[in-house]
Ligand binder design. Structure first.
Ligand code: IMP
Ligand code: MG
Length: 188
């Protein structure tokens, strides 16, 4: 083990959702989406970077034809939301007449998703629904309806399965909790 992975181990409190529970839930969500989007023009839009792993696992199990696109967006610095949502790279696929499904990693205050949802609605999709792997419901500030939710989780800062802390830990195959004592130092 090198120094970096030893340091990473010290920052993780434990596994919140293991790989098999994630896989099981992703399968259930994909089955619901497949049932709901038969005969529609599904455009699955992943919100990067956090949703990349969930997005690819989910859509490979969706059994209806679909298009794929991405938005690169962020509002976080360390473990705090800045409340200022930035879009670094926008969706390129035409949206009019499409049944858009926004796929997010985690909804926390709801500010990012509310902003991205309203931004997308201005592009006049035929329909717009939201799917998230994780929902920290207790932290909600902006009201946003979630159509497909993987897991409701407590108010903890989590990483893994695509989700980061200062761009680290995205490759963990499970969802883990970051120790409170190791947050906010910026040395990751
Ligand atoms: P919101 O705007 O507060 O709902 O924040 C949503 C975004 O913040 C998510 O898409 C994540 O990228 C990030 N985020 C929120 N909570 C966490 C967390 O526990 N770990 C890592 N990123 C998080
Ligand atoms: Mg995100």
């Amino acid at each position: 083990m090198d120094d970096m992975s030893a340091m990473d181990d010290m920052k993780i409190d434990g596994i919140l959702i293991d790989q098999s529970r994630i896989a099981e839930r992703v399968k259930e969500l994909a089955a619901r989406i497949s049932a709901d989007y038969g005969g529609k023009n599904l455009l699955a839009v992943g919100i990067l970077k956090g949703a990349f792993m969930f997005f690819s696992d989910l859509i490979r199990l969706v059994e209806v034809p679909l298009f794929v696109d991405f938005i690169v967006s962020s509002s976080y610095a360390g473990d705090k939301t800045t409340g200022d949502v930035k879009v670094y790279s926008d969706i390129r696929h035409p949206v009019a007449n499409m049944d858009v499904l926004l796929i997010e990693d985690i909804v926390d205050t709801g500010i990012s998703l509310k902003y991205l949802r309203e931004r997308l609605l201005r592009m006049s999709p035929k329909s717009l629904k939201i799917c998230t792997l994780l929902d920290k419901k207790d932290r909600r500030i902006a009201d946003v309806h979630i159509d497909y939710n993987g897991f409701e989780i407590p108010d903890e800062f989590v990483v893994g399965y695509g989700i980061d802390y200062n761009d680290r830990f995205r490759n963990l195959p499970h969802i883990a909790v970051v120790k409170k004592s190791s947050r906010g130092f910026g040395i990751v």
